[in-house]
Design a binder for this molecule. Structure first.
Ligand code: GAP
Length: 432
């Protein structure tokens, strides 16, 4: 099995990610997050919000509607320019994204290299929806980027808060794209979550470049601090002819996935493109100037982050036995469960009672798991595979001296910890 097969299989088997509408054969480009997937996803979003909003004084958050007045998409340029180049195979009429070299080449091989392609045409990837009660219904769009909801509320945020330029507005939410070729598991979806910062600055070429570089650096560090191997990260500047219609210049933070270097997050200098199109300006009360701010944007995909965190944390340790020990070396702050609690033996009520008491106490602080099946080795194996950083075992000694063993996922080492110090023990480690 190659790494992607191992990740896909683990993700399904352990309840991280399921194919959307699986019982009806699935639906291309849509995925459902299971009990562990939703925890990991929420933790990624929480960490992002903490670092981008709570730890800063110049950023506020918001949550805009997914469906907006269609005029928004006309003004933002998406109705005209939110396109991908589409080619059709003249032999079997399957359609592909022309710049998806792997898919195009792969398809060529299906026809023994004979595939003939139509000339690329622009395909708009906005998703249409129809609303209202009279026929024909009104056409609207599911947002293709979450960003426009921030721009159209620019004045509302300035008027209702004390923000002063430079400042940012952060948002996390769903975006939808009618992708021509969804694929690589959850890498390219038709429905996905974005986490974005729109940072508004004075129009100034040099200073805005500094801000752009500042955010590049911040965003890379965020992934590295949460455990992504820095050797697998790089920036790739957009070629002028490939950059999005709104960007003055842009760079992608890329991860070296098993399917090649792939975009994780985009950092875009959007200039005054959006605010100008929406006819929105900023009034500086101190200098009495009115101007259209420029925007530096950081735009990451939550689903891609989750996929890359899974891939990057997947570890096989063959040093311990005949079967490799598989564990997800997830940063504890991201791990779905922070700790699992076991009674050494399931049929000893005094051990079970003590373990349940500890379990429910820990659950008041964070998400903890319970396991009393099989032997301890199997329970460790099961928790390692889903990235639980610590396993707590209640044994006979616990009844005498009120201590438990805490076993560490990465080192497999165990130590004794007093039960009344457990909360503090984990708290200290989770803040690291
Ligand atoms: N507001 C700017 C914007 O949307 P983008 O480069 O088109 O920029 C930003 O998208 C991020 O959103 C990407 O880096 C990626 O992480 C995520 N993303 C974009 N399309 C996606 C898709 N089809 N499936 C999953 N994630 C996607």
């Amino acid at each position: 099995m190659d790494l992607m097969e191992k990740i896909t299989s683990l993700a399904k088997r352990r309840g991280f990610i399921f194919q959307g509408s699986e019982i009806y054969g699935g639906y291309q480009g849509f995925w459902d997050y299971g009990p562990l997937g939703v925890e990991l996803k929420n933790n990624i979003k929480k960490e992002w919000w903490k670092s981008m909003v709570y730890e800063r004084e110049d950023v506020v958050g918001m949550d805009a509607a997914i469906i907006m007045n269609p005029i928004v998409w006309e003004k933002s340029g998406h109705l005209k320019a939110f396109t991908d180049p589409l080619v059709e195979c003249k032999v079997c009429h399957k359609r592909f994204k022309a710049d998806d070299e792997t898919a195009v080449k792969g398809h060529g091989k299906e026809h023994a290299g004979k595939a003939e392609w139509t000339i690329p045409k622009n395909f708009n990837t906005l998703t249409e929806v129809f609303l209202g009660v009279t026929e024909p219904k009104d056409k609207a769009y599911l947002r293709g980027e979450i960003t426009q909801g921030v721009f159209v509320n620019f004045k509302n945020v300035v008027d209702s808060t004390r923000v002063k330029i430079p400042f940012g507005i952060a948002q996390i939410g769903k975006a939808f794209r009618n992708e021509i070729t969804p694929g690589n598991f959850t890498f390219r979806d038709r429905e996905f979550d974005q986490m974005e910062l729109e940072y508004f600055v004075r129009p100034d070429e040099e200073k805005s470049k500094e801000t752009f570089n500042f955010w590049k650096d911040v965003r890379k560090k965020w992934y590295v601090n949460l455990g992504i191997n820095p050797d697998k990260l790089r920036f790739r500047d957009h070629e002028p002819e490939k950059k999005a219609h709104y960007a003055r210049y842009a760079t992608d933070l890329e991860y070296e996935a098993p399917f090649g270097w792939s975009e994780f997050e985009g950092i875009h200098h959007r200039g005054d493109f959006d605010l100008k199109n929406h006819n929105l300006k900023y009034h500086d009360d101190l200098t009495n100037e009115e101007f259209t701010p420029w925007v530096i944007e950081t735009s990451g995909g939550v689903d891609r982050a989750l996929l890359f965190f899974l891939i990057d944390s997947y570890t096989e340790d063959s040093s311990t036995g005949s079967e490799p020990r598989v564990f997800l070396k997830l940063n504890p702050r991201l791990a779905p469960y922070k700790a699992a609690v076991f009674p050494l033996l399931k049929n000893k009520p005094e051990l079970v009672d003590k373990a349940r008491e500890i379990y429910f106490n820990l659950k008041k602080r964070f998400n903890a798991a319970w396991d009393d099946r099989g032997n301890i080795g199997k329970r460790y194996f099961a928790q390692d595979e889903i990235g639980t950083p610590w396993c707590v075992t209640v044994d006979f000694q616990s009844l005498d001296d009120q201590s438990v063993t805490v076993r560490d996922r990465d080192t497999a080492k165990q130590e004794r910890v007093a039960i009344d110090k457990l909360g503090e023990y984990f708290q200290n480690r989770l803040l690291i």
